[in-house]
Design a protein around this ligand. Structure first.
Ligand code: B12
Length: 226
């Protein structure tokens, strides 16, 4: 087995298509054993496999039950990989990560949360579909530096708009970042008019951008603070 995520993606996808949960887990173990970084397993194995599941589902080659099974297996794999991504929170940087109202796609949200935790952020992951007033209340209590909102489908646009509007009323205002497949389509043009600060596709890009805006403490300062 080599360290190229594409090979492991194929093995993982084949296992999902065969409804072979053990083989799916073995594919991930194989990728780890071959030295594929966890971040590459997230973005180069799991994400594209789920996109392919979505394609098979859309053309009728995969039932809703098969999709649910593939999602559940991937959720359990994320539960196993997440701790390998995480680092202890440092610098007091706090992020709230959630799906926009009525957004039920949760795996991308978990991935974004794990990438942020991997860069030392403290993360409150609210999961899918947080109603806008509740999100705003929590953000008002916790005063996060950023709120990352995930939206996958065009039907999620009104919910995303409502959430951004509710967060805009806060003082101080968190940086509001939109992401998810919705914004990779024509809706991207609407993102600015909603009042969000950033639209970002890739969790790695998010981490890099946030490093510029909220620089982590240099190691010496961390030691003094600790
Ligand atoms: C699993 C799944 C479901 C499950 C979700 C269960 C769960 N617990 O998550 C269920 C069954 C609930 C579901 C429901 C629906 N789904 Co669905 N679903 C999927 C599927 C197969 C996988 C989703 C997934 O996990 N992808 C993998 C993750 C890792 O990718 P991701 O979400 O894009 O996240 C990545 C990036 O986008 C980014 N990202 C995400 N959020 C954010 C946020 C920020 C701030 C940043 C920086 C980055 C970022 O980071 C992640 C890692 O890179 C997709 C196929 C696909 N293309 O994704 C269809 C898909 C998204 N669903 C689709 C549809 C149509 C629906 C339904 C409308 C079906 C229906 N008729 O009911 C409903 C809508 C429900 C709702 N209100 O949200 C369509 C959407 C097409 C469209 N453009 O409208 C897709 C594309 C399938 C298809 N090919 O047709 N779905």
């Amino acid at each position: 087995m080599n360290g190229d995520p594409a090979e492991h993606r194929r093995t993982y996808l084949d296992a999902l298509l065969a409804r072979d949960v053990e083989a799916a887990r073995r594919a991930v173990d194989g990728a780890l054993a071959a030295g594929v970084p966890v971040a590459d397993i997230y973005l180069g194995v799991l994400q594209p496999a789920l996109y392919e599941v979505g394609r098979c589902w859309a053309v009728g080659d995969f039932s809703v039950a098969d999709e649910h099974s593939a999602t559940a297996v991937t959720q359990s794999v994320l539960g196993m990989l997440g701790p390998r991504m995480r680092t202890a929170p440092k610098d007091g940087r706090l992020a709230v990560v959630t799906g926009s109202p009525e957004e039920r796609h949760a795996l991308g949200i978990q991935m974004v949360a794990d990438f942020l935790e991997g860069d030392g952020w403290e993360v409150l992951n609210l999961g899918a579909a947080t109603p806008a007033p509740d999100l705003a209340r929590l953000a008002d209590d916790e005063r996060p530096d950023i709120v990352a909102l995930s939206t996958a489908t065009p039907a999620g646009l009104p919910g995303a708009a409502e959430a951004v509007g509710a967060l805009r009323g806060l003082e101080p205002q968190p940086l509001v970042v939109l992401g998810g497949q919705l914004w990779q389509g024509p809706a991207r043009a609407d993102a600015a008019t909603l009042g969000a600060d950033l639209v970002v596709d890739d969790p790695r890009e998010l981490v890099a951008l946030l490093r510029e805006r909220f620089p982590p403490l240099p190691p010496e300062a961390e030691e003094r603070a600790g």
